[in-house]
Design a protein. Structure first.
Length: 369
C-alpha cells in the first residue's frame, strides 16, 4: 500500500462556490503546473471590478491547501494529505508538492529496508518484510513534532483532517483527526484520536500487514506500566475514504454544496489464481480486499452523487496495463506511475479542467480574491 498509491486515497472536500466566473487560462494547466493553473484562472477574470482589484501573478501564493476545507487519506494517501496541509509555523504549507512526491521518489530506498526472508521462515520471527525504522525516520524528517490540531502552527487554514487506521489492541476503527466526528451511536466500534503527532498517525496508517510492523502508540495519560496500543494500515477497513470525507463534510458544512475530489493510482485485472497457491498468497489477497473495498466505495459515492443535487464527485484514476507491486522501488515502475498521472489529467482533459475551475472558484469565494 505504499508506492502504488502515489495519489491513492487522498480525498479532499470543500463547500462548492456558486460563482460562474469564466476563464480560458485554466487550459494552460499542464504548461504552467499545479499552483499556476489556479493563479492564471484567478487573475484571468475579465469583469471590471476584478480587473481593478486583481493582484499581480507574482504576488499570489496559491497552494493546494488553500483550495480545500477537509482532507482525508489512507496509507500513502495519508502522507499526501498531511504533506499538503502541514504548516511551516506561519500558516503556510511547509512542503511543496514535488517534495511530497520525493518521499517515494528520492527517498524510497530507506523506506523499504528489507529485513530478510530467512529469519522469517526459519525462526518464525515477525511476519513483516521491512524494518519500520526507515519510514519512521523519514516521517520525522518531514513532519518533525507537528501535531493534529486546529492550531495554524500545525495545520494551515484550520483545515479539517481525518486519517483512518485500525487499533488491533482494542479491535476498533481509529480516526486521527483534529475534530470530533464520530456520532455517539457509532462509538462502540470507532473512536477519534485528537492531538496526536502526525508522524505517529502516519506510521499507524501506513503499517500495511505483512509489509511493516504495527505502529505502537501510547495514550497521553497512560498509567506507568500501561502498554501501547498497536495500529495497522487503515486500508484494512477503509482503503478509499471518500464517503467518510463526504459524510464529515455534510455534518460540518451543513447545507452547503459539497465537492469531493478522490484521486486514485490506478487499477489492474487480477490474473493470479490464488486458490492454487500454497506460498505467497496472503499479500495478493490483501491487495484484492483493499481494491474491492475501493470499488465498492466508488460505486457508493457515484450513487450518492446521482441522488444528492448538492454533491459533485470527481474520481480521477486509470487502468494499469501491468501489475505494480505495492513495495516496488524499481525506477521503471516509478516512471510508469508518473506517466499514468499525466494520463489521468489528459483523459479526459475536460473533466480535469472542470475540477480546476471549481477549485479556483472556491478559492475566489473563500478568500474574496
Amino acid at each position: 500500500m505504499i508506492l502504488k498509491k502515489i495519489f491513492y486515497n487522498c480525498v479532499k472536500s470543500f463547500p462548492a462556490s456558486r460563482s460562474s466566473l469564466k476563464s480560458t487560462a485554466v487550459n494552460n494547466f499542464l504548461e504552467y503546473g499545479n499552483d499556476n493553473a489556479f493563479i492564471n484562472y484567478i487573475t484571468g477574470r475579465s469583469d471590471e471590478e476584478s480587473e481593478r482589484k486583481r493582484p499581480k501573478v507574482e504576488d499570489i501564493d496559491v497552494r493546494i491547501a488553500d483550495l480545500f476545507d477537509l482532507v482525508s487519506g489512507t496509507s500513502t494517501g495519508a502522507i499526501i494529505a498531511f504533506g499538503l496541509v502541514v504548516s511551516d509555523g506561519k500558516n503556510r504549507p511547509k512542503l511543496r508538492e514535488n517534495e511530497i512526491v520525493d518521499i517515494y521518489g528520492k527517498e524510497r530506498n530507506p523506506i523499504f529496508k528489507y529485513k530478510g526472508i530467512v529469519p522469517r521462515i526459519i525462526f518464525k520471527l515477525p511476519s513483516f518484510h521491512y524494518d519500520h525504522t526507515g519510514i519512521g525516520k523519514l516521517l520525522y524528517d518531514y513532519f518533525d513534532d507537528k501535531k493534529i490540531t486546529n492550531s495554524t502552527d500545525d495545520i494551515v487554514n484550520d483545515i479539517k483532517v481525518v486519517i483512518p487506521s485500525y487499533n488491533i489492541t482494542k479491535s476498533k476503527r481509529a480516526f486521527f483527526a483534529n475534530f470530533d466526528h464520530i456520532p455517539e451511536e457509532r462509538q462502540e466500534m470507532s473512536y477519534t484520536i485528537q492531538g496526536a503527532l502526525m508522524r505517529e498517525a502516519l506510521r499507524a496508517s501506513t503499517a500495511a500487514p505483512t509489509y511493516f510492523q504495527s505502529a505502537k502508540i501510547y495514550h497521553k495519560n497512560r498509567a506507568k506500566d500501561e502498554k501501547p496500543d498497536e495500529f495497522v494500515d487503515g486500508g484494512v477497513f477503509m482503503n478509499h475514504p471518500s464517503f467518510k470525507a463526504y459524510s464529515d463534510a455534510k455534518r460540518h458544512f451543513k447545507k452547503s454544496p459539497i465537492v469531493v475530489c478522490s484521486f486514485g493510482a490506478g487499477f489492474y485485472k487480477l490474473t493470479e489464481n490464488l486458490g492454487n497457491k500454497t506460498v505467497g498468497w496472503i499479500e495478493p489477497l490483501i491487495s484484492l480486499f483493499m481494491a474491492e473495498e475501493s470499488i465498492s466505495n466508488n460505486i457508493c459515492m457515484e450513487t450518492i452523487a446521482n441522488l444528492d443535487p448538492k454533491l459533485t464527485y470527481y474520481r480521477l484514476t486509470t487502468k494499469l496495463k501491468d501489475k505494480i507491486d505495492l513495495d516496488s522501488i524499481d525506477e521503471k515502475d516509478i516512471t510508469n506511475l508518473k506517466d499514468k498521472a499525466k494520463e489521468i489529467i489528459e483523459n479526459p482533459r475536460s473533466k480535469f479542467e472542470k475540477l480546476v475551475e471549481e477549485l479556483s472558484d472556491h478559492y475566489i469565494a473563500k478568500y474574496n480574491v
